[in-house]
Design a protein around this ligand. Structure first.
Ligand code: BGC
Length: 786
């Protein structure tokens, strides 16, 4: 059985025919952009003679060997277009240039009609193409042909630990964006998960910069290979929603460089993201959309970013400061558009000599780079496809690799259906869909398989299912003027009684609980870490009524399981897992898919155990929050401080068992310029094919477990006990083994020194830990770096 590429079954409400867009809903230019636009631009060219005809004509009329090839790999900014861009800049009036630099609709910014350059069209993001909105308001446009594939959300993608899948995920998004005639995809969202309470955790990826970087790079490559620009967001430190528009995030440069920047850096330097979204908050006193240190010094100078910095919606706070600090495009929410900072006021600033035209030209160049590199003007620009079987298969593959088996006492899972007659399915999340909600992330999915539907389709006929809701979704917005949610804790006792009775009557219980988009949402953070709606009590009563209770958590963020964990023998984490969520879960529950997901975040036993909360750093003091936990984010904190989490970062069981042996490096002594080749042997010792993720962590000099408190001792700089430096997910058949090789550069083991503002690889002994989670370490070895 090839678990990884198991084919999607057809489902009653799953259309396998790609829908076609209704031309009536698209403007005339957008249908065949290349043909129309190229024609009008060529007229411009012929009128203007040889000014820029050479390279531009060449690029317009020739095939993919001259313009960047579509397909696998990284799509870099092509040098080939630069002279055409120069020529176009020379043709533009100031008004035309300014128009390119701000929105002229909620999700559009102007092109240059005279030259046949169309508007840029943006779409959210980050796990499906958002439904079409009215041009000038947030109201749905009311289209009937704007559905899209609902992919698993960010933390689910991260739980796969599979960059190849992230590439397919990006390809799906890019292709659907094209079919909906979009140019810029507002994603991926790669902020670090710093607190369990952040409402947007579900959109983000993980608590680890390396995992985020690897997934982000692949996702961006996938998107951009479809002739769509990715817009990696939110740059940077948008790690909470509370007061996000005024919050000043204070952290030292080492923390910024080691934890919060790497995924953005990799997105820009490796994946060549065509655009970056500046976040709402401030960093070190300046709003991120007018933060010269961030945008000019780091992003553009140091990383060589050639694309455009786009403001988050209404995150721009000034004209001159933002323009000079590196913002390129202002996007926002409410008109009149000409009054925006980067509209009339920007023009005024140029005319009055406060801003130099070369600065404007530089921004225009960046916008034109997006247009050219997305091949907006080319007749063979990819047209994309939407809601296809292939896209559903991608949703399914991600969903099924995302499911995490947290606990499986007595091998209760997978179900032995031959021995079962009845199952009680309990919980609101058994029947709840999640495509819509979460604020900007709404996807008008064609279908979404709920867990209950998935089970109904998958279970043999001899097994009866009885469903009891057990609790109600009793959340509402507070009406006290604050943006917060209120959960009514007291539940209808009749629902509890019904659930307990169903549990008693059944051979086995599957409880689908957790959160929903009332909690996993943009704009609001959760007020507490607990399971809402009295689920702790309900789960306890259900589990006591029937000890064969499997708990399935549906949530995009960490949630407190400390009360219920001892009550149940088996726990799965099912995420907000896209349109195929129910199929994926049912297949894992029945053993058609061997679970291989790994937690992308720690689940602490209490909120107070977590770094942000232990130090009282959330949600901050007034409009300021100090990241005084520094680099000790996520498992870096728990490991270093020796705090036992309920489930650690990287944890996830399989129905098979694996061994890890023979961890070796090619040498034991290295110099600081060198690279270390690390080999380890992994074997599937169990009865089933399965995937395993081999995780390699490294602790720098002075961190050795048992050498003190971790965190760097003696004359060494403080550092985490260990940090993820490499990982690989592989599929192994029973009895099969494989040697995995990782290459680690000594330079990648450096810390950032705040004093000298340089990366330094310390001399000394480094400990290498190989395992199947951050705490399931099977092999340890040491090397010296001189
Ligand atoms: C969000 C962005 C989103 C934008 C457009 C903002 O509120 O922070 O992530 O892309 O809206 O919907």
């Amino acid at each position: 059985m090839n678990l990884r590429f198991q084919l999607l079954r057809s489902t009653p409400n799953h259309s396998t025919t790609p829908i076609s867009l209704n031309p009536g809903n698209l403007n005339s230019q957008s249908l065949r952009p290349g043909k129309l636009i190229k024609g009008s631009l060529l007229i411009g060219i012929s009128l203007l003679g040889a000014l820029f005809a050479g390279p531009f004509l060449f690029s317009s009329c020739t095939g993919p060997q001259e313009s960047p090839a579509t397909g696998e790999g990284t799509r870099d900014f092509s040098e080939f277009y630069e002279s055409s861009i120069d020529s176009i800049i020379g043709l533009l009036t100031l008004d035309e240039k300014i128009a390119l630099l701000h929105g002229n609709g909620k999700f559009t910014s102007a092109g240059v009609e005279r030259l046949g350059i169309p508007e840029l069209k943006y779409t959210d993001g980050p796990f499906g193409i958002r439904e079409e909105l009215m041009r000038d308001s947030w109201a749905p446009a009311g289209w009937t042909n704007d559905s899209a594939t609902f992919l698993p959300t960010g933390t689910a993608l991260a739980a796969t630990w599979n960059p190849d899948l992230a590439r397919d995920y990006g390809t799906t998004l890019g292709s659907e964006a094209r079919k909906r005639n979009k140019d810029i995809f507002l994603g991926p969202a790669v902020n670090i998960i710093r607190t369990p309470l952040n409402g947007r955790n579900f959109e983000y990826l993980s608590e680890d910069p390396l995992l985020n970087a690897r997934l982000s790079v692949s996702c961006i490559e996938g998107v951009q290979n479809q002739d769509v620009a990715a817009c990696v967001k939110h740059f940077v430190a948008n790690n909470q929603e509370t007061r996000r528009s005024t919050l000043d995030v204070i952290m030292d440069e080492r923390t910024l460089r080691e934890i919060y920047l790497p995924a953005f850096r990799a997105s820009v330097v490796e994946a060549k993201a065509f655009s970056v979204m500046g976040s709402y908050n401030k960093l070190l006193g300046s709003y991120c959309c007018e933060n010269s240190f961030l945008l000019n010094d780091i992003l553009k100078e140091e990383w060589g970013f050639k694309g455009a910095v786009i403001s988050d919606w209404s995150a721009t706070k000034s004209t001159i400061q933002a323009a000079e600090s590196g913002l390129d495009i202002e996007m926002g929410t409410n008109g009149p558009y000409n009054e925006w900072y980067f509209a009339d006021p920007l023009k005024e600033a140029v005319l009055s000599g406060q801003i130099d035209t070369t600065l404007i030209d530089n921004k225009v160049r960046r916008v034109l780079r997006i247009i050219f590199n997305c091949r907006v003007l080319e007749s063979d620009r990819l047209e994309g496809s939407i809601n296809t079987t292939e896209h559903s298969e991608t949703a399914y593959r991600v969903a099924s690799e995302a499911v995490v088996l947290l606990k499986n006492e007595g091998n209760l899972l997978p179900l032995k259906t031959g021995e079962l007659k009845s199952i009680a399915v309990i919980g609101d999340n058994a029947v709840r869909t999640h495509a819509r909600g979460g604020f900007g992330t709404t996807v008008k999915t064609k279908y979404e398989i709920t867990p209950l539907e998935g089970l109904r389709q998958a279970l043999p006929e001899n097994v009866t299912i009885r469903y009891a809701r057990g609790y109600e979704k009793t959340t509402r917005m507070a009406n006290d003027g604050r943006l917060r949610i209120i959960t009514i804790k007291d539940q209808d006792p009749r629902l509890i009684e019904e659930a307990v009775q169903a549990a008693k009557d059944a051979d086995l219980v599957i409880f689908f609980g957790g959160l929903n988009h009332d909690f996993d949402t943009e704009g609001i953070d959760r007020e507490d870490y607990g399971l809402p709606y009295g689920q702790d009590k309900l789960i306890r009563e259900v589990a006591r009524a029937n000890p064969n209770t499997i708990l399935v958590i549906i949530a995009g963020s960490p949630v407190d399981l400390s009360e219920v964990e001892p009550e149940v023998p088996a726990i799965l984490w099912g995420w907000l897992n896209g349109c195929e969520a129910g199929h994926a879960l049912a297949d894992v529950i029945l053993g058609r898919v061997n679970p291989s997901g790994k937690l992308p975040f720690t689940i602490p036993r209490s909120l107070e155990d977590s770094p942000t909360h232990a130090l009282g750093n959330f949600p901050g003091d007034g409009d300021k929050t100090e990241y005084s936990e520094g680099i000790l984010v996520g498992y870096r904190w728990y490991d270093t401080k020796n705090i036992d989490p309920l489930y650690c970062f990287g944890h996830g069981l399989s129905y098979s068992t694996f061994s890890l042996n023979s961890l070796k490096t090619d040498m034991t002594e290295y110099d600081r310029e060198g690279s270390v080749s690390v080999r380890v042997h992994v074997k599937n010792e169990g009865p089933l094919p399965g995937m395993q993720t081999i995780q390699l962590y490294v602790g720098g000099p002075g961190t050795e477990a048992g050498s003190g408190s971790g965190g760097g001792t003696g004359s060494y700089v403080p550092k985490p006990l260990k940090e993820l430096r490499a990982f690989e997910k592989i599929l192994l058949n029973p009895g099969d083994g494989r040697e995995i090789t990782f290459r680690i550069y000594a330079g990648d083991l450096a810390y950032f020194d705040n004093e000298t503002r340089t990366w330094i690889t310390e001399q000394g002994t480094y400990t290498l830990y190989a395992g199947f989670s951050s705490r399931d370490i099977r092999q340890v070895t040491r090397i010296n770096i001189q």
